[in-house]
Design a protein around this ligand. Structure first.
Ligand SMILES: *[C@@H]1O[C@H](CO)[C@@H](O)[C@H](O)[C@H]1NC(C)=O
Ligand SMILES: *[C@@H]1O[C@H](CO)[C@@H](O)[C@H](O)[C@H]1NC(C)=O
Ligand SMILES: *[C@@H]1O[C@H](CO)[C@@H](O)[C@H](O)[C@H]1NC(C)=O
Length: 398
């Protein structure tokens, strides 16, 4: 995993060099968009999940009356023996189509320190925001932990599982495929909406081979690795004789979808970050929807298999480790600006039927340590699961 992130940083540097060397072409912006996601592992699926209303939780205490603004977390288990009994935070609403999620401590390099208790707490919170989450990878047992937490909390939640493919290390794909298979055998597929094979694989591959074209000859060599893994995942799913078809998809930076990959998937998850395209905060939301439509949705619709496209990540950072990275040239990383982005994007995207995974749930400290800049500061919640000073929208999500 560290290699992957290291490569991502190299790519970021390469893209920054590109950006500085000339006027920003859409491709450069695309690579910048791609950079964005240093994140961990990724998965997605293009399945339509039925939304639910929020009646599924059995709340004992009257919901919303907790002192969560000072106590932190926004929910609390009221019966330690039954995680399905928890108080809800009246500040939270199931207004988000989906949310990007990596259980804390789910990277082998960081010792696999995740825990079922931590994931249960997160799922209790996430279920108050959305009915869908996407994971980035499957290391450190995170697939089983998430499905177990959904089982115990009894929340209405669909998961796009992830398999983080690593160039030059086929065992990474195989290891994750095997634990995903095992999790599906244990938990079934009621809460599984898809399996995303690869996260920013093409971005890393293309930039790592000194190209900037996701459809160059060298890019097609990388795509062949990915399409073989996608086919293998389909075989694994077929071998399980599952009661429903599980879509298989891929996640990448917005400008790095290779045509061969697109032809192999049921759905694509695209990272679209206005921050890295240096928009103003006021222009950010419309930039995201326009970029996504033009760069991802329209081209996908022209393919015979018509993969369903989702925004894999979009959001706005609230802070930076260092002052120099605290603005994108046009707007600051700040909580008020995240508020503006949420206000302009979330309910409008729901109304427009744009499927998206908001980025992201909580601040991720390991990214702050490893990458600096704004990387660790995209959360709606702080790393301790207290809500930032935000007013979350109350609208229905499809
Ligand atoms: C909530 O906070 C108020 C004021 O800080 C305090 O008086 C009250 O005891 C708290 N209630 C609970 C349940 O913690
Ligand atoms: C993975 O997580 C599940 C659910 O908590 C647990 O039952 C299983 O023992 C875990 N496996 C490992 C290897 O930790
Ligand atoms: C965005 O702004 C930063 C500095 O604020 C600059 O380094 C970068 O090249 C800019 N990117 C684009 C695409 O204009």
């Amino acid at each position: 995993m560290s290699d992957v992130h290291y490569q991502s940083l190299d790519m970021q540097n390469a893209a920054e060099k590109q950006a500085k060397s000339g006027k920003p072409s859409p491709k450069v912006i695309g690579s910048i968009v791609g950079l964005i996601v240093l994140i961990a592992i990724g998965v997605t699926v293009g399945v339509i999940v039925s939304k639910n209303n929020s009646k599924e939780h059995k709340s004992t205490a009257s919901s919303g009356s907790s002192n969560s603004s000072t106590s932190g977390g926004g929910s609390s288990t009221t019966n330690p023996n039954d995680p399905s009994v928890f108080t809800k935070d009246e500040r939270l609403h199931r207004s988000f189509y989906g949310m990007a999620y990596t259980p804390e401590g789910s990277l082998p390099d960081y010792g696999c320190s995740n825990s079922l208790a931590g994931v249960i707490k997160d799922i209790q919170l996430l279920s108050q925001l959305t009915g869908r989450i996407r994971l980035y990878g499957a290391d450190c047992n995170q697939t089983a932990l998430v499905l177990e937490a959904i089982k115990q909390t009894k929340v209405d939640m669909q998961v796009f599982i992830g398999n983080y493919v690593v160039e030059g290390d086929p065992t990474a794909y195989e290891r994750q495929r095997d634990v995903i298979k095992s999790a599906l055998q244990t938990y079934g597929v009621d809460h599984v909406a898809g399996i995303t094979v690869g996260n920013e694989f093409m971005l890393n591959y293309v930039v790592g081979h000194n190209s900037n074209d996701a459809n160059s000859a060298i890019a097609d060599e990388g795509a062949a690795i990915l399409t073989a893994n996608i086919a293998d995942t389909r075989s694994m799913l077929a071998s399980l004789n599952l009661p429903k078809a599980i879509p298989v998809g891929n996640s990448d930076a917005g400008s790095y979808f290779n045509k061969q990959v697109m032809l192999a998937i049921d759905y694509g998850l695209s990272n679209v970050h206005a921050w890295f395209a240096n928009t103003t905060i006021d222009a950010a939301s419309s930039w995201v929807t326009t970029f996504f439509e033009e760069t991802n949705v329209a081209p996908a619709a022209l393919l015979p298999n018509k993969p369903k496209m989702y925004i894999a990540e979009t959001g706005w950072p609230t802070d930076s480790k260092d002052i120099s990275n605290k603005n994108n040239g046009a707007a600051d990383a700040s909580v008020p600006n995240l508020q503006i982005f949420i206000d302009k994007f979330v309910c409008q995207a729901n109304t427009a039927g744009i499927p998206y995974f908001f980025f992201e749930f909580v601040d991720e400290e390991w990214k702050d340590i490893k990458y600096g800049g704004v990387e660790g500061h995209w959360g709606i919640f702080n790393k301790d699961r207290t809500l930032k000073s935000l007013t979350l929208p109350d609208c229905s999500s499809p």
